[in-house]
Structure formats: structure tokens, C-alpha cells
Design a protein around this ligand. Structure first.
Ligand SMILES: C=CC1=C(C)c2cc3[nH]c(cc4nc(cc5[nH]c(cc1n2)c(C)c5CCC(=O)O)C(CCC(=O)O)=C4C)c(C)c3C=C
Ligand SMILES: [Fe+2]
Length: 423
């Protein structure tokens, strides 16, 4: 192929897969792509172990071992033309596959008279196991009573806008959105680059509604800690536990939403933590609030982190307070507790001071589950029950987030994210 040859989407994917050449994705949207073969580019130095394939029956970024950094961005669709929405999803599919491979979106320089296609700040960086996960909110199907894209009948019954729970302080500009994109990598620049370029490609069709970065401690072995200083994730299900994922995370034919088979539901909550107040609590109070020992992560009645706590039915001689976070999150009442279990995948956030000089920091809580109402909401309602709320609620305030349906994975090159939604 020579310079200036036209290539179609399938050729494009074939070429990026073999790393044959750099490409111009063109203006991405609304026009036929002027994908031309440009000068060969230096291949990014990415080792096999550092890149994750975009393709598969489930999207990545759910059961993928957690990378150290995240950038979650929520978009509002600004067009009411369903074709433009489909075109955006096609473009994002190609871009995500390319970005996750560690390839540039185009070989630069192109025509110097135009802005570059790829913004370039990732050049020379490894992908850091970049994953990009796409999910849709309830408003994509219906907004203010309007069937925007002819998709109303396809809305999963359980996919609502995230309700306001007791003590929530949701801010409109930090909440909901039509499509959410989660980029995770061991390099924060790579996350930013992904979101920035997806957003740039969406110009005129979708715009950013909110975005939130998050991070974990980098060089720690074992369970990472949250900003209250506790190990967070100890009793998360094992990522290799396929039986758990099939029962509690992945949506299948039995859920009666064929276009969502292979997907899951994602909950995002931007939870502000009242760090200064927490830091004044005595050590033992902190442990009683959480229901775990702070240094080791062991249960109150255990010795090491992965010991299982024993909750006595009558709470006599029981060392884990009834209103502690872990006891309310998981009362361990047999089968019903097992069915409720979720997969958590959150990150810490630390930003500038707030308007009254407090540390603006907290937990970007993310979880995945197969049923929003019988899993996440059931747990959340116990934690926020005004009769016996989670003690930790006095030190947290949720300001944003949303409910989203994670689209099934893309199995075949040439097909695109959410394709079955329109079928
Ligand atoms: C509704 C779901 C949950 C929210 C919201 C939530 C917020 C939140 N959690 C912590 C810190 C910890 N959580 C821990 C355990 C835990 N949390 C939830 C659910 C929510 N947490 C569950 C289901 C569990 C597992 C309970 C169990 O099975 O034992 C822990 C303990 C260690 C662990 O198992 O991960 C900590 C610590 C914070 C700081 C927070 C909001 C700011
Ligand atoms: Fe928790």
C-alpha cells in the first residue's frame, strides 16, 4: 500500500493489529474517514505483559487485576441522530483497541495545516496495562420523557439513574451521564491521554459531563489501603473465581436482556472523606467503625487479614459492632449474603483543598454486579438505614457518580461496542 491509499475500517484494524503502519483516523465522526497510510512510526516499546487485548466476550477493566491509576469520564450525547451515536461507538471501538495496544492513533506529522489526530503525550510510554471500559446510563435510552435514539424499549428495567441515598449530597455536574468511560493504567498519563483523545474524537457528538481521577499506593504488596488507612478489598471475591463472576457479575441469557449478555452493571460513587474529622478519632474507635484491625486488616476477632470474622447471632461476646462497616456490608447470613456480593474496584482521590480549606479527598467507589437492586442497592440501603446507619457515614459524603450498564465485549474486529443495542 502506498501513501494516500484509501483503507476501510476492517483494513485499518488488520493493520493496527500487525503494527504495520501508523494511521490517520481522520476527523473521526460524521464524515467518511480519510484514513490514509502515513509514514511508518516507531513502534512503542510495549512488552506483551504490559498490554491487554481489547477483544473478548467481556470488556476489560472489570475482572482485570487493578492497575494503579484510573480516570473515569462521563459523557453527555449532544446529538439526537442515532447514526452519529453509532458512528461514535464505532470510532471509540477502534480507538480503544489501538490505544490498548500502545499504538498511536495516527502517524504524525500529517498535514501540518491541521491539528494532530493523536495529541501525543503518550509517545514513548508503555501502556501500563491500559484498559478502557465503556458503559451506558439510563438517560441514553430515555431523557426527560424523550425516546432520544429509538432505544427506549431496550432499556434494562433495573438501569435507573442512581437514586439519592440517605445523607447523599449529589451534585448534578458530578453525577449521571449518558456514557461513562473508565480508563485504568499503571501510568496516569496514559489514562489521561485515553480520555482526552476519546473526548477529542467525540467533538460535536458528545461532551464531557464530569471526570474523576483515582489512584492506589504503587509499591505495596497485597491489599491496597484507602485514605482512612485501612486495607480495602480484603474480602473482595478472587478475580479468578469464574463461578462467582458468572453468578454475581456477568449478565447472561437468563437476565432477559439479549443485547447486554456479557455485560454487567457498574456503580460509581464519588465519596468525599472527612479526613480531618477522622484523624481525630481514637485508634480503637477507627477499628470499631470499620470492623477490622487497622494495621493487619484482620477481623476484630481474628489474627490475620484473611481470617473470617465470626458474627454471633445474639452479638454477645461479639467483637465486631453491629453498626460497623463490614458487618453492615456483609452480615454473613448465608445464601442471601452470598447472592448480594459485589466486585469492588475503587480508587483513592486526592485533590486541591475545598472552598473552606479542607482536604478534598476520598474514595472513587466502583463496583460491578449483575443486579443493581438486589446487590449494590441492598447493601447500600443497609449502610444508610437511618435506624442503624453505618458508623462510617458520619465521616463520608457522596457527591457524585452514577449507575451504568457495561456493554458486552467486542469479540470480532470490525464489529463495535453496543452493536447489538441497535440490532
Ligand atoms: C454499598 C457498597 C459500599 C460502599 C459505598 C462502601 C464504601 C466504603 N468502604 C470503605 C472501606 C472498606 N470497605 C470494606 C469492606 C466492604 N465494603 C463494602 C461495600 C461498600 N463500601 C463491602 C461489600 C465490603 C466487604 C465486606 C465483607 O465482605 O467483609 C473494608 C474492609 C476490607 C475489605 O473487605 O475490603 C474497608 C476498609 C470506605 C472507606 C468507603 C467509603 C468511603
Ligand atoms: Fe466498604
Amino acid at each position: 500500500m502506498t501513501m494516500g491509499d484509501k483503507i476501510n475500517r476492517r483494513t485499518f484494524l488488520g493493520m493496527t493489529a500487525t503494527g504495520a503502519a501508523g494511521l490517520i483516523l481522520g476527523d473521526f465522526i460524521g464524515k467518511e474517514k480519510h484514513t490514509e497510510l502515513a509514514a511508518p512510526v516507531t513502534k512503542h516499546e510495549t512488552s506483551e505483559a504490559e498490554t491487554i487485548s481489547f477483544y473478548g466476550s467481556h470488556q476489560t477493566g472489570v475482572v482485570t487485576p487493578q492497575q494503579n491509576f484510573a480516570n473515569i469520564a462521563s459523557f453527555d450525547i449532544t446529538t439526537d441522530d442515532v447514526k452519529q451515536l453509532q458512528e461514535l461507538l464505532k470510532t471509540w471501538t477502534e480507538m480503544a483497541a489501538t490505544l490498548m495496544e500502545g499504538k498511536p492513533l495516527a502517524a504524525e506529522p500529517q498535514d501540518g495545516k491541521f491539528p494532530p489526530t493523536d495529541t501525543g503525550e503518550q509517545i514513548g510510554l508503555a501502556t501500563g496495562k491500559l484498559t478502557i471500559t465503556f458503559a451506558v446510563g439510563a438517560t441514553l435510552f430515555e431523557k426527560e420523557g424523550k425516546d432520544r435514539f429509538g432505544l427506549r424499549a431496550r432499556k434494562p428495567q433495573g438501569l435507573t439513574e442512581m437514586p439519592i441515598f440517605h445523607k447523599d449530597s449529589l451534585q448534578e455536574q458530578l453525577t449521571h451521564g449518558d456514557i461513562v468511560v473508565q480508563a485504568c493504567s499503571d501510568d496516569p498519563m496514559v489514562c489521561f491521554h485515553a480520555i482526552r483523545n476519546l473526548s477529542k474524537a467525540a467533538r460535536g457528538v458528545a461532551h464531557l459531563r464530569w471526570q474523576q481521577t483515582g489512584q492506589l499506593g504503587i509499591k505495596s504488596d497485597g491489599t491496597k489501603r484507602n485514605l482512612f488507612g485501612f486495607k480495602d478489598g480484603t474480602n473482595n471475591p478472587a478475580l479468578q473465581d469464574d463461578a462467582f463472576m458468572n453468578n454475581n457479575v456477568w449478565i447472561d441469557g437468563a437476565d432477559g436482556i439479549p443485547w447486554l449478555t456479557g455485560g454487567t452493571y457498574m456503580v460509581v460513587r464519588r465519596i468525599q472523606m472527612r479526613i480531618e474529622t477522622w484523624d481525630q478519632q481514637p485508634f480503637t474507635n477507627q477499628e470499631e467503625i470499620m470492623g477490622r484491625q487497622k494495621v493487619s486488616g484482620a477481623p476484630m476477632d481474628g489474627k490475620s487479614e484473611f481470617d473470617q470474622p465470626l458474627f454471633a447471632a445474639d452479638a454477645k461476646g461479639d467483637k465486631t459492632p453491629l453498626d460497623s462497616h463490614i458487618r453492615l456490608s456483609n452480615p454473613r447470613e448465608g445464601e442471601s449474603s452470598e447472592r448480594e456480593r459485589i466486585l469492588r474496584r475503587g480508587y483513592n482521590f486526592m485533590e486541591n483543598l475545598d472552598s473552606v480549606g479542607r482536604l478534598n479527598a476520598g474514595l472513587l467507589f466502583v463496583c460491578f454486579n449483575r443486579n443493581l437492586q438486589t446487590q449494590f442497592e441492598s447493601i447500600q440501603k443497609r449502610l444508610t438505614n437511618p435506624k442503624m446507619p453505618d458508623k462510617m457515614l458520619s465521616y463520608t459524603e457522596t457527591t457524585g457518580g452514577g449507575y451504568y450498564a457495561v456493554l458486552p465485549g467486542v469479540t470480532t474486529k470490525g464489529t463495535y461496542l453496543g452493536q447489538h443495542l441497535f440490532g
